[in-house]
Design a protein around this ligand. Structure first.
Ligand SMILES: [Zn+2]
Length: 169
């Protein structure tokens, strides 16, 4: 168990398409690292590529809401279908200080393995559906800035350039 470094905007790990997990031998320690890191930085969701690991797994904890009291693990997840739409202001541990309005499905049918590697095909709605879609985007190399309006990009131009330059080696 250890807190890992969260990579920020401009880091190539965030743009990589994450690979399905086929070897589950180290899954426990990866899950622990994801939760430890997410809690350390007060996040509600964290995908493996945000700690530089190119695997299709993310964790979510929205137990501060009434929607779901337990922390959740999603492995090899994919969106089967989506319905409706809603817009919410979203933040991201890889984009500190930045908030972008993102349009998401209102509810989704999501296929994944849980922390016990049991397969589920479940319908999620509300805030949890939004968080899952945000994290699933990470696995596909997508960020909230991809939904930014020209006004958002102008507003955050300096912050984004600063993050990008700190990630250029
Ligand atoms: Zn994020």
């Amino acid at each position: 168990m250890a807190v890992q470094k969260v990579v920020t905007y401009g880091h190539s790990a965030l743009r990589a398409i994450s690979k399905n997990i086929t070897d589950f031998s180290n899954i426990r320690s990866l899950i622990d690292d994801l939760f430890d890191t997410m809690y350390e930085f007060d996040g509600i969701g964290l995908a493996a590529n945000q700690i530089g690991i190119n695997k299709r797994i993310f964790v979510v904890d929205i137990s501060h809401t009434d929607e779901c009291e337990s922390p959740l693990v999603f492995i090899n997840g994919k969106i089967i279908s989506g319905e409706g739409s809603c817009v919410d202001s979203e933040g991201c541990l890889s984009l500190p200080e930045i908030r972008i309005n993102v349009e998401r499905y209102d509810s989704i049918t999501y296929e994944y393995l849980d922390h016990n590697l049991e397969k589920h095909i479940k319908v999620f709605s509300g805030f949890l559906a939004t968080v899952i879609q945000h994290e699933n985007d990470h696995l596909d190399g997508k960020l909230i800035t991809d939904y930014a309006t020209p006004a958002d990009l102008l507003k955050y131009d300096k912050a984004l350039k600063l993050m990008k330059s700190s990630n250029v080696k």
